[in-house]
Write a protein that binds this ligand. Structure first.
Ligand code: E4P
Length: 215
């Protein structure tokens, strides 16, 4: 499974990339706003650090505006993936991008039929928001399962990018279900890495090593 980091924070991206854990990056307008910088500034810096798909989201909500904005974003760097909302106007724009060879991440997916339509429009990635479904007492993981099955039934090339990940178990479940990728906040990447037995084992080894005569 590909691991994307879900942040626009450069320090977080550097940290995870240094561990070899960043196949790609996703941003959204809320994450960009947290940095206090412009989307273009953030994206340019991220492109310097990560050699992989970097999602940059459009703000327009009409097809023409999405296409204009998306073309500008795609021109910034060859790794840019234009993030488009899963609405009718978004799908119209995705078809144009697909014909032009511009990669897309269709975002805010909350149902299997939305995901089916995104694939039919030619999306490169679809982003089902697992956590936000769980937040309203739904079963986000069921959506992942449904999309993976539908895409596999018909051989769609669109990749399932599990998004809105809230905790490590989401990542495990998405991987077991065959999601192509998961976009994970920096804090959760560290939670996934950490194990108390690793820490205890290392502490014991270091303590025991002190008993070894210096060589
Ligand atoms: C995905 O691309 C989004 O940026 C993100 O996963 C949304 O997560 P949230 O529901 O925690 O805001």
């Amino acid at each position: 499974m590909k691991i994307f980091i879900d942040t626009a924070d450069i320090d977080e991206i550097r940290d995870a990339a240094a561990m070899g854990l960043v196949d790609g990056v996703t941003t959204n307008p809320s994450l960009i706003a947290k940095t206090g910088r412009t989307l273009e500034e953030c994206i340019r810096d991220i492109c310097e650090i990560v050699d992989g798909p970097i999602s940059a989201e459009v703000l327009a909500t009409d097809a023409e505006g999405i296409v204009t904005e998306g073309r500008k974003l795609a021109a910034i760097h060859e790794n840019i993936v234009v993030k488009v909302p899963l609405i009718a106007e978004g799908l119209k724009a995705v078809q144009v991008f697909a014909a032009e060879g511009i990669k897309t991440n269709v975002t805010l997916c909350f149902s299997p039929t939305q995901a089916l339509f995104a694939a039919k429009a030619g999306a490169t990635y679809v982003s089902p928001f697992i956590g936000r479904i769980d937040d309203i007492s739904g079963e986000g993981m069921e959506l992942i399962e449904q999309i993976v099955t539908i895409y596999s039934n018909y051989g769609f090339q669109t990749e399932v990018l599990a998004a809105s990940i809230r905790h490590p178990v989401h990542v495990v479940q998405a991987a077991l279900l065959g999601a192509h990728a998961a976009t994970i906040p920096h804090k959760i990447i560290h939670q996934l890495l950490k194990h108390p037995l690793t820490d205890a084992g290392l502490a014991r080894f270091l303590e025991d090593a002190k008993k070894t005569p210096a060589g």
